[in-house]
Design a binder for this molecule. Structure first.
Ligand code: SF4
Length: 241
């Protein structure tokens, strides 16, 4: 059984093509900008079996086309790596494209096995600077960077996702550090810059949590363009998502 927070049909933002996206419950980070703070708490949400997930995927197969498939996001999906193995195994046996959207903080034997059934990893690198990462997510970034190196070592296709938060993750030196870190990783196919937004703010109010980025403005087109130019200079396809 997977512990699922919610399910999105016909998603177009989390991986190639049109996708069925499962958001799992529970996360080990607490990002200041998290748009789904209600997925963070480690609690039992909606249990879904392998068969139920396979059936959902089969029902939506006509919409997936050549590129689409299933993405598991969160929360942090790799916290449920052991439970995900039979799900991805069944999906692959049925010919579906599989994708994981992760903060990269878990690298257990189960995660390594899960990678055998994963076509693409969307790896969220929140910050290259350790101190700034901790300020933004409440944890350090070594595990994420170790996971990135692991993906490179097994040549697993990956897209890097980077949320550009003004004042928190948009310093030029940190963007250069990211570009430098991944420039030699041949498995990294693309970088997605994700503009900062406050769409999840009302959820903080509902949870009774303080939204600490109240004063942070959305990115200007110039800020996004500057980040795009810096990251592109390291030779990777870079888009603003
Ligand atoms: S890693 Fe993702 S789900 Fe977890 S707190 Fe950060 S943004 Fe939210």
């Amino acid at each position: 059984m997977l512990n699922v927070h919610s399910v999105e049909s016909l998603g177009t933002f989390d991986g190639p093509g049109v996708r069925l996206v499962l958001f799992l419950q529970g996360c080990n980070f607490k990002c200041l900008y998290c748009a789904n703070p209600d997925t963070i708490e480690m609690k039992v949400a909606k249990p879904l079996s392998v068969d139920e997930i396979l059936q959902m995927a089969r029902n939506q197969r006509p919409y997936f086309g050549k590129k689409g498939g299933i993405t598991v996001s969160g929360g942090e999906p790799l916290l449920q790596a052991r439970e995900l193995i039979p799900v991805f195994k069944a999906l692959k046996e049925d010919g579906f494209n599989t994708c994981i959207d992760t903060n990269g903080s878990v690298l257990t034997p189960a995660v390594k096995e899960l990678m055998e059934y994963t076509d693409l990893v969307l790896l969220d690198i929140k910050q290259m600077d350790e101190k700034a990462h901790q300020e933004l997510t409440a944890v350090k970034n070594q595990l994420t960077l170790r996971f990135a190196s692991f993906l490179h070592s097994i040549n697993k296709p990956a897209w890097i996702r980077y949320v550009l938060v003004p004042g928190y993750s948009d310093k030029e030196e940190h963007l250069h550090k990211l570009g430098h870190f991944i420039e030699s990783m041949s498995n990294v196919q693309k970088i997605e810059i994700q503009p900062y937004h406050k769409l999840g703010k009302h959820k903080y109010d509902a949870l009774g949590w303080e939204y600490q980025l109240e004063d942070v403005e959305m990115n200007t087109p110039e800020q996004l363009h500057r980040a795009e130019t810096i990251l592109k200079s390291y030779g990777k396809e870079t888009i603003i998502n």
